[in-house]
Design a binder for this molecule. Structure first.
Ligand code: COA
Length: 319
C-alpha cells in the first residue's frame, strides 16, 4: 500500500525520472515505439513546487517514489498538474489518491474554481477525471507563430527587469485589480515572481501611464531538456476587460515576440482557451496557427459552465 506525503525539494530528481517514464510510455503508446523521452529541467520542477509547496505530493511504495502531483493556485482559480504514476504502478488507485490530496489542498478556498487540462487523445485520463466529477469544458489551444527574424523589435510595453522596486509594487496591485475583473479573486502574481526568481524569462507590463492594465509572462527557456530550444512560450497573458482592444492585445503580443526574437527564439507559443473567442480570432488573423488542443475540465460543483467572452486571459491549466 503506497503512502502519500508532501513533495520535498530533495525529491526533484526522482520526480523528473517518474515524469519522463510516465509521459515517455504514453508518447510511445500514441506515436509508436520510436518516440523519444524528454526530461523536465530541475529548475522547472523546483519552480513548480515552489509556487504551491503545500499542494505538491508524492506517492511512495516502500522508499521508492512511484508517483507525484503538483497543485497550482491563482487566487480563486486552482488546478493540478503535472501529475504522473510510473507505468507499472498505474491502474491500482495511486493516481486517485494523489488527486484526492491535491483536491483537499485546492478546496481550502471553498469558492475556488478547480480544474485541470489533459490530452484530448487519452481516454484513460478523460475517463478518470469524468468519473471523479470533472466536466469537460471548452478546449485550450496551443497556438504558435514563426517569427519574422527582421521584425522591428519595438517593445510597446515595459519589462519587469528594468522597473524600479516601487513600480513593481504598484504593478502587482494594479494587475491583481485587472485580473480580478476577469474573474473575482484571480491573481497571477506568483507566476510573475517565480519567473523572475528562477530566471525563466521576462514579464512585460502594459502601463497606460496611470496604471498597469495587462501583463505577459514569457518563458525563454524550454521546460524539457533536449526539446523546444527554439521556442519561447507565453505562460500567462491577460488584460483588464475594460482596456481590452486590438491595440492592447497587439502591444503585449508584439512585445512578447520581440523578446523571443532578441533571445534567438524563432517561435512563440501562446495558450488560449476557446472561450475567449475574440482573442482567438485575432491571433489567427495575426499569423498564429493551432498546434494542439488540450481538454479543459472543471469540477462541476465549482463553476457554472462554459460561456464565450471577449476577454484576454491566456493560460494553461497544466504544468
Ligand atoms: C494519469 C495517471 C497519473 C493516472 O494514475 P493511475 O494510478 O493510473 O490512476 P488510478 O489507477 O488511480 O485511476 C484510474 C481510473 O481511471 C479509470 N479509467 C481508465 N480508463 C477509463 C475509461 N476509458 N473510461 C472511464 N474510466 C476509466 C479506471 O477505471 C480507474 O478508476 P477506478 O479505479 O474507479 O476503476 C497515470 O496513468 C499516468 O501517469 N499517465 C501518464 C501521464 C499522464 O497522462 N498524466 C496526466 C496528465 S493530465
Amino acid at each position: 500500500v503506497s503512502t502519500i506525503r508532501r513533495m520535498r525539494e530533495q525529491d526533484a530528481d526522482t520526480v523528473r525520472q517518474v515524469d519522463a517514464a510516465a509521459f515517455g510510455a504514453w508518447l510511445k503508446q500514441v506515436q509508436g515505439g520510436t518516440a523519444p523521452t524528454y526530461r523536465r529541467t530541475r529548475t522547472n520542477v523546483l519552480a513548480c513546487r515552489g509556487k504551491d509547496p503545500a499542494g505538491c505530493f508524492v506517492a511512495e511504495e516502500g522508499d521508492q517514489v512511484v508517483g507525484f502531483i503538483f497543485s497550482r493556485t491563482w487566487g480563486s482559480v486552482g488546478w493540478f498538474g503535472t501529475f504522473a504514476v510510473l507505468p507499472r504502478y498505474q491502474g491500482i488507485g495511486i493516481g486517485k489518491r494523489l488527486i484526492a490530496a491535491s483536491l483537499e489542498y485546492l478546496r481550502q478556498d471553498p469558492s475556488r474554481v478547480i480544474g485541470l487540462e489533459t490530452m484530448s487523445d487519452s481516454p484513460y485520463n478523460l475517463g478518470l477525471y469524468l468519473r471523479l466529477g470533472f466536466q469537460a469544458r471548452l478546449p485550450t489551444f496551443l497556438l504558435s507563430r514563426h517569427l519574422d527574424p527582421l521584425g522591428d523589435g519595438e517593445i510597446m510595453c515595459s519589462p519587469w527587469s528594468t522597473a524600479s522596486a516601487g513600480t513593481r509594487e504598484r504593478w502587482l496591485v494594479d494587475l491583481r485589480e485587472a485580473t480580478g475583473r476577469l474573474q473575482n479573486g484571480l491573481d497571477y502574481s506568483k507566476e510573475i515572481m517565480s519567473t523572475v526568481q528562477h530566471g525563466l524569462g521576462e514579464v512585460l507590463v502594459l502601463d497606460d501611464g496611470e496604471q498597469a492594465v495587462g501583463l505577459s509572462v514569457v518563458w525563454l527557456d524550454s521546460v524539457c531538456e533536449g526539446w523546444g530550444a527554439e521556442r519561447a512560450s507565453v505562460q500567462v497573458l491577460a488584460l483588464h476587460p475594460a482596456r481590452t482592444d486590438d491595440g492592447a492585445l497587439f502591444a503585449l503580443l508584439r512585445g512578447s515576440e520581440s523578446l523571443a526574437r532578441a533571445r534567438g527564439k524563432p517561435v512563440l507559443a501562446v495558450p488560449v482557451n476557446a472561450c475567449h473567442a475574440w482573442a482567438l480570432e485575432r491571433l489567427l488573423q495575426w499569423g498564429y496557427r493551432v498546434e494542439r488542443a488540450m481538454v479543459r475540465m472543471v469540477l462541476g460543483s465549482t463553476n457554472r459552465g462554459p460561456s464565450i467572452d471577449g476577454c484576454v486571459d491566456f493560460s494553461r491549466w497544466a504544468g
